[in-house]
Design a protein around this ligand. Structure first.
Ligand SMILES: NC(=O)c1ccc[n+]([C@@H]2O[C@H](COP(=O)([O-])OP(=O)(O)OC[C@H]3O[C@@H](n4cnc5c(N)ncnc54)[C@H](O)[C@@H]3O)[C@@H](O)[C@H]2O)c1
Length: 255
């Protein structure tokens, strides 16, 4: 039986370790027949090493999603490996230490601005950069942590995720006529480098493992990876501007 993503050409951002959600998404996508190109930020030799652990390896392009030159060069760099894109995963977030765990009231605007630029505005930047490669339409997927409520510790990253949710809706509005879908996966907590760097995030993790109706394994990114692949496939063709919860059902529970 052909894989879910047979023939799909995907650009996957956000791999930094083999626990990155993006790494698991790239692995699942290759297993389902996709051709994967990765982007890496900062520690390029590390990302290149991690890319070799994928079932079929993958080329890595350098991309700082806040860097205009990197964004402008992206289409040509991608074309060195594939002749277009059917899907893009945005799996990027960053907030300076004052924006996470520290007292919410103390974060300076410059740090909040960085968190919002890297974690929310960048979905627009990445989509724009990839548009010339997506002439036949396709699917853009971003990574969310449900921002409808205020969580312990998550602070300004929660605000950035609210912005990301809104950016997703506006991109869906404007890219729909080009047959490009834009959706978010709202994942439960997964032990990655980004998650471990949030002081106090363990309170959220504990609640999840105790309360999620389907149960929740903090060390297993496979359910999230598979759901990303589903959104990148042709099997949710009329879904855009949406947030798909992949959280063991936690969002649906009360006290
Ligand atoms: N781990 C969780 O519990 C969880 C839950 C829900 C959503 N998410 C989201 O999933 C996404 C991936 O995070 P992760 O948990 O896999 O952590 P991770 O640390 O493995 O990945 C974060 C990635 O962001 C990249 N990045 C940071 N600044 C960048 C920049 N300027 N340009 C390009 N890339 C940049 C890093 O290089 C890294 O690859 C993030 O959006 C995160 O908020 C994570």
């Amino acid at each position: 039986m052909p894989g879910l993503l047979e023939g799909k050409r995907l650009l996957i951002t956000g791999v930094i370790t083999d626990s990155s959600i993006a790494f698991h998404a790239a692995k699942a996508a290759q297993e389902q027949g996709a051709t994967v190109v990765l982007t890496g930020y900062g520690r390029m030799s590390l990302v290149t090493r991690i890319a070799k652990r994928l079932p079929h390896g993958a080329p890595v392009i350098e991309l700082d999603v806040t860097n205009a030159d990197d964004l402008a060069a992206l289409p040509d760099r991608v074309r060195e490996h594939v002749d277009g894109l059917d899907g893009v995963l945005h799996s990027i977030a960053f907030g300076p230490p004052t924006t996470l765990g520290a007292p919410f009231l103390d974060a300076p605007w410059e740090d909040v601005a960085t968190a919002i630029q890297v974690s929310a505005f960048s979905l627009k930047s990445l989509a724009n950069a990839c548009l010339p490669l997506m002439g036949e339409g396709g699917s853009i997927v971003g990574m969310d942590f449900d921002a409808r409520i205020a969580w312990p510790a998550y602070n300004w990253m929660g605000v950035a995720k609210s912005a990301l949710e809104s950016v997703t809706r506006y991109l869906a509005r404007d890219l729909g006529p080009r047959k490009i879908r834009v959706n978010l996966v709202a994942a439960g907590p997964v032990r990655t480098m980004a998650a471990k760097s949030i002081p106090g995030f363990s309170t959220i993790e504990d609640t999840w493992t105790e309360r999620a109706p389907l149960g929740w394994d903090l060390t297993d990114a496979t359910p999230v990876a598979r759901s990303i692949c589903a959104l990148l496939s042709d099997w949710l063709p009329a879904t855009t501007g949406s947030m798909v919860w992949v959280d063991g059902g936690m969002h649906a529970t009360g006290m």
